[in-house]
Design a protein around this ligand. Structure first.
Ligand code: ATP
Ligand code: MG
Length: 156
């Protein structure tokens, strides 16, 4: 596990950019956190780090957005469609087990389908400070080491 705190949306974005440098083709990043915890902000940072030039927005209504950058990037949002069965019918496994990078908001809803090696990121807003986010990362050792070498997070 890795722990870190960001103090602004810009810092969360910057963390996403750094984290992106640790990603490889086929990786899945599962983001879990309440409304406005910063999932989309972090994903925007990841996409910037992966040279996505198009607009990155939450695919709340479209369920999934696809961007091209260093990899094919699939931005999935399970807020409106939370049923695993429906996602399986929509063919989510093709993305989860494909060669792109898949970034998932409200990923707890797909938990049972996520591949081994999924990078889990938990975001929590601090009650006393509206601009503070606690971010915990649970990933393979090599990814956690890579992130901490980027200057983010304390290894636990
Ligand atoms: N440290 C921080 N990190 C990220 N966002 C922050 C931070 N401090 C304040 N914010 C604000 O919180 C909001 C986060 O919104 P964002 O869309 O990234 O959240 P989300 O988790 O994707 O929400 P949703 O569940 O609606 O998809 C933004 O308005 C952002 O400016
Ligand atoms: Mg969002």
């Amino acid at each position: 596990m890795l722990d870190l705190v960001t103090h602004s949306a810009e810092e969360t974005h910057k963390f996403g950019e750094k984290l992106s440098k640790c990603l490889k083709a086929g990786d899945v990043v599962a983001l879990v956190g309440d409304l406005a915890s910063g999932k989309t902000t972090l994903i925007k940072g990841i996409c910037e780090g992966l040279n996505v030039r198009s607009q990155v927005e939450s695919p709340t209504f479209t369920l999934m957005n696809e961007y091209s950058g260093k990899y094919s990037i699939y931005h999935v949002d399970c807020y409106r469609e939370w049923r695993l069965e429906e996602w399986l019918k929509l063919g989510i496994n093709e993305y989860l087990y494909g060669n792109g990078v898949t970034l998932i908001e409200w990923a707890d809803r797909l938990d049972e389908a996520l591949p081994n090696g999924t990078i889990h990121i938990f975001l929590n807003q601090e009650i006393e400070d509206e601009n503070c986010r606690y971010i915990a990362i649970d990933a393979k050792d090599e990814i956690e080491k890579c992130i901490s070498l980027m200057g983010f997070g304390n290894l636990r």
